[in-house]
Ligand binder design. Structure first.
Ligand code: ADQ
Length: 463
C-alpha cells in the first residue's frame, strides 16, 4: 500500500493537540488519516505571491507532510473569490439569484486546477491513493488522469449537490460533471445530494446509472457515488470540554445572562447559514410572545468570511441592520435581547458556550451537513440537555430527526419552535438527546475517514 495524498484548496498546518486556537473537525480527521497512511497534504498556503516560480514549500509534523503553493493575486481573484465562491458556492446552495457567470473566472478556475495538477503530480507514486476535496477542485481528477496517473483517486464534496434543473444553468455544466467521472469514488454528505448527482448523470449525460450501487458508467469508465455523512472529532471535542477554558467560558456566559435562557447560534457569516431569516424568526417570537422578551437572550457568534466577495459584504450589512432594529425596539436599560459577536472562539470556549445555552439555533437555508448542530448536541449535559432547533435543509437533519426541525424561511415556524424549546420538560429534552447522541458520537469524523478510505482502497480503478 502506498501513501495517501490529500488535496484541498487550503491546507491546515497540523497543530499539536491542545495547542491554542481552534482546529476544525476536518483538519483533525485528515491529519489522523494522513498519519496512518504516512501521507502528504497538498494545497494553497493561503498566501498571495505574484512571483511566477512554482515553488512548493513542504513541512513535516508527526508523519504528516504538508506541501503548499502560493497563488497570484489574479488566481485568488478569479479561482477563489470568483468561480469557486461567487459561482459554484451559491449555485450548489440553490441560490441562482446570487450566482455570477463570468467567462474570465471560469478560465481562472481551470488554470488553477491545471496548476494544482502540475504541482502535485511529481509527489504521487505508483501505489498512492489520492483524495481530492470540495468544489474548488472538481476537475482535478481529470487533470491528473491527463498526466497519465492510473492511481485510485477519490473526491468528496462537502457542500450540497443541486437539483438538475438548477445545475443546468451553469455554462459548460456538462464539461464540469464529465471531469468528475474520472474519479473512482465520489462521496457526498447525504443520500439526497447523491441522488441529485445520479439523476444529472443519467438525464443530462446519458450515463448508465445503477441507483443501488451508485455506479455511473460513461465512455468505458465507471465511478461509484456514495453518501458519507461527515461527523465531528468527538474525542477531541470532549477533551476540549474538560478544560478550564471551557468551564470558564460557560460560567462567563451564565453569569451574564442570569435568569434568562441563553439561546446560541454559531456560524461563519455566510448567506447559506440563514442568519437574517433567523433574526426574522426571533423578531417574530418577540412580536407573538411579548411577555417572554425577558425570558430569552440570543447570542449569535458569526466571524466574517470571504470578505472580498460582494454578496458577503451585503449579508454582513443586512445582519447588522436587523440585529440593531430588534435591539432598538426590544431593549430595556438593563436588558439587550440579541448579542451579536463578529469573532471566532476556540473549540473549548464554544463547548462551554454550547453547554451553557439551553437552546441551539442552527437554521441554514441549505447546508451540506453542518457540524455546529453536532457540536451543540455533543456539548450538552446528559442530565439537563438543551434543545437543538435545526433547519430541515441542513444535511444534518437527516441524521438528527429528533431535533426540533424547522423551515428557516418561516418566521412563524421558528418563533413557535423557540417557544416549544423554552417550555420543553426535562423528560422530553432527555428523550430527544438520547435519540441523537449515539449518531453524533459514533458517526464521527474518524469513522467518516475510515469508511471513505476503506471504499477507495477496495474499489477497482478504470485508471
Ligand atoms: P462550513 O460551511 O464551514 O463547512 P460547518 O459544518 O458548520 O460549516 O463547520 C463550521 C466549523 O467551524 C465548526 O466546526 C464550527 O465550530 C467552526 N466555527 C464556526 N464558527 C466559529 C467561530 N465563531 N469560532 C470558532 N469556530 C467556529 C462546510 C460545509 C458544511 C460541512 C462542513 C464539513 O458547508 O455543510 O458540514 O464543510 O464537511
Amino acid at each position: 500500500m502506498g501513501k495517501l495524498i490529500v488535496v484541498s484548496n487550503r491546507v491546515a498546518v497540523p497543530k499539536a493537540r491542545g495547542a491554542a486556537g481552534a482546529q476544525g473537525g476536518l483538519a483533525g480527521a485528515l491529519n489522523s488519516a494522513l498519519r496512518d497512511y504516512k501521507g502528504i497534504w497538498f494545497g494553497w498556503s493561503g498566501a498571495e505571491s505574484d512571483d511566477e516560480n512554482d515553488e512548493i514549500s513542504t513541512q513535516s509534523h508527526e508523519g504528516v507532510t504538508t506541501a503548499t503553493i502560493d497563488l497570484s493575486h489574479r488566481d485568488i481573484d478569479e479561482y477563489y473569490n470568483g468561480y469557486a465562491n461567487a459561482t459554484l458556492w451559491p449555485l450548489f446552495h440553490f441560490r441562482l439569484d446570487l450566482t455570477e457567470y463570468e467567462r474570465e473566472t471560469g478560465k481562472g478556475y481551470e488554470r488553477v486546477n491545471e496548476r494544482f495538477a502540475d504541482s502535485v503530480t511529481p509527489l504521487i507514486e505508483e501505489d498512492d491513493l489520492v483524495w481530492v476535496h470540495d468544489y474548488h477542485l472538481i476537475p482535478l481528477g481529470e487533470r491528473l488522469r491527463s498526466r497519465g496517473l492510473k492511481n485510485r483517486i477519490g473526491f468528496f464534496l462537502h457542500i450540497p449537490w443541486p437539483p438538475t434543473r438548477l445545475f443546468v444553468s451553469l455554462p459548460y455544466h456538462e464539461r464540469l460533471v464529465r471531469t468528475m467521472l474520472h474519479y473512482d469514488l465520489v462521496g457526498f454528505q447525504t443520500v439526497e445530494w447523491r441522488e441529485s448527482f445520479l439523476h444529472y448523470c443519467s438525464e443530462e449525460l446519458g450515463a448508465e446509472v445503477n441507483e443501488e450501487t451508485g455506479s455511473v458508467t460513461l465512455d468505458g469508465r465507471t465511478t461509484i457515488a456514495k453518501a458519507y455523512p461527515i461527523g465531528i472529532d468527538w474525542d477531541h471535542f470532549q477533551a476540549e470540554g474538560e478544560t478550564g477554558e471551557a468551564r470558564q467560558a460557560g460560567q462567563r456566559l451564565l453569569s451574564s445572562t442570569r435568569r434568562r435562557t441563553a439561546m446560541i447560534g454559531v456560524d461563519r457569516l455566510d448567506y447559506s447559514k440563514g442568519l437574517p431569516e433567523r433574526l426574522d424568526g426571533i423578531g417574530r417570537f418577540f412580536d407573538q410572545f411579548p411577555e417572554r422578551v425577558r425570558d430569552l437572550v440570543f447570542i449569535q457568534i458569526a466571524p466574517p468570511s470571504r470578505e472580498d466577495v460582494e454578496s458577503y459584504k451585503q449579508i454582513r450589512a443586512e445582519l447588522e441592520q436587523k440585529a440593531g432594529q430588534i435591539n432598538g425596539a426590544r431593549s430595556e436599560v438593563d436588558m439587550v435581547p440579541i448579542r451579536y459577536v463578529n469573532r471566532g472562539y476556540s473549540h473549548a470556549e464554544l463547548f462551554g458556550f454550547f453547554r451553557a445555552a439551553k437552546i441551539g439555533l442552527v437554521t441554514p437555508l441549505r447546508d451540506g451537513m453542518n457540524l455546529v448542530a453536532k457540536e451543540y448536541v455533543a456539548a450538552q449535559d446528559p442530565l439537563d440537555p438543551g434543545v437543538l432547533i435545526l433547519s430541515q435543509f441542513a444535511g444534518a437533519a437527516l441524521q438528527m430527526p429528533e431535533s426540533l426541525i424547522v423551515n428557516p424561511h418561516s418566521p412563524d415556524d421558528m418563533a413557535y419552535a423557540i417557544r416549544t424549546a423554552l417550555d420543553m420538560p426535562l423528560a422530553e429534552r432527555q428523550r430527544r438527546y438520547e435519540a441523537t447522541i449515539d449518531t453524533v458520537r459514533d458517526d464521527n469524523v474518524q469513522h467518516w475517514t475510515k469508511d471513505f478510505m476503506a471504499d477507495l482502497t477496495s474499489i477497482g480503478t478504470s485508471g
